[in-house]
Write a protein that binds this ligand. Structure first.
Ligand SMILES: NC(=O)c1ccc[n+]([C@@H]2O[C@H](COP(=O)([O-])OP(=O)(O)OC[C@H]3O[C@@H](n4cnc5c(N)ncnc54)[C@H](OP(=O)(O)O)[C@@H]3O)[C@@H](O)[C@H]2O)c1
Length: 264
């Protein structure tokens, strides 16, 4: 650990895209880093650059987060690292086809990477951070958590899972100094599109955010103490109205009586 550090941030999926930008921004904010992805050469090149430019301590760990033993190793490392202070659950993938047309193996990999791994890493982070009394967990969800009709459902469902998990964890930890944030990007220019056989340039240009802008906005939301950050949503009142409607329903969601319209 180097001097003046905010502790160590673990960033998954840090070899490219949003994760690589999080790594850059967090190093410049004085976090030491553990960068995780499969491509060791890319991770090492980024680590060398960040050490050179920021003087922070940057370690890399090449592993496949669809492999349960490798996820368990990383979770153990998070729990045992006294300097650990922030988890960015960023690694994710999308499918080439729909649920009906994709290989079952690819669907299972998506669930392992987008749901199982971030959940188990968040579990390790909550245990570590509540012991130490402060820190943060940032989960990369998606606006598709709110718009499942617009995309392939396994991916959007995995992102809805992370939104729900983040809201629940934030509520459980509200009286502590452990912060939880879900970030909901819209379409953002990264490799995730070509990796799943899609062309981001097929979208109207004004639908697509640049990756630097997305991460800078997400960190501004984190600094502001937001639990949910939706960088493309211009009218914050739309989200607030949605939340208010959901919370207004809450007292009516568990009852002995069957609702009148279902009585036979
Ligand atoms: N870009 C968008 O439009 C958009 C929109 C909404 C939400 N998001 C979410 O934002 C997050 C980052 O996405 P991105 O757009 O930056 O994606 P990306 O450019 O495709 O980068 C994905 C990162 O995850 C890593 N990764 C992929 N499979 C992995 C595995 N099995 N084990 C370990 N690491 C793995 C990749 O590195 P290696 O290949 O080296 O392993 C890479 O570093 C994802 O959770 C995504 O769902 C993105």
């Amino acid at each position: 650990m180097t001097d003046g550090t905010l502790g160590r941030a673990v960033v998954t999926g840090a070899s490219t895209g949003l994760g690589a930008i999080y790594a850059d921004r967090l190093a410049r904010r004085n976090y030491d880093l553990l960068l995780v992805a499969r491509d060791k050469a890319r991770l090492s090149a980024l680590a060398e650059k960040l050490v050179r430019e920021t003087g922070r301590s940057v370690e890399v760990l090449a592993l496949d987060l669809t492999d349960s033993a490798q996820v368990a190793d990383l979770a153990r490392r998070i729990e045992e690292d006294d300097s650990f202070s922030l988890l960015v659950n960023n690694a994710g993938m999308s499918l080439h086809g729909t649920l009906a047309t994709s290989d079952a193996d690819e669907v299972a990999r998506l669930v392992a990477l987008n749901v199982v791994a971030p959940t188990l890493l968040a579990q390790a982070a909550v245990k570590a951070l509540t012991k130490r009394g402060k820190g943060g967990i940032i989960n990369l969800s998606s606006v598709l958590a709110l718009a499942p009709e617009r995309f392939e459902g396994t991916y959007s469902a995995s992102k809805a899972f992370l939104l729900n998990l983040s809201q629940s964890l934030a509520a459980q930890l509200k009286d502590t100094e452990v912060r939880v944030q879900a970030v909901l990007p819209g379409a953002t220019r990264t490799e995730i599109w070509e990796r799943s056989g899609k062309d981001i340039n097929a979208f109207p240009a004004d639908w697509v955010m640049e990756a630097d802008d997305l991460v800078d906005a997400a960190l501004a939301g984190f600094d502001a103490g937001e639990t949910i950050t939706i960088p493309p949503l211009a009218d914050e009142d739309q989200w607030n109205a949605f939340q208010a409607a959901r919370l207004a329903m809450e007292p009516n969601l568990s009852r002995r009586e069957v609702a009148q319209r279902y009585r036979v």
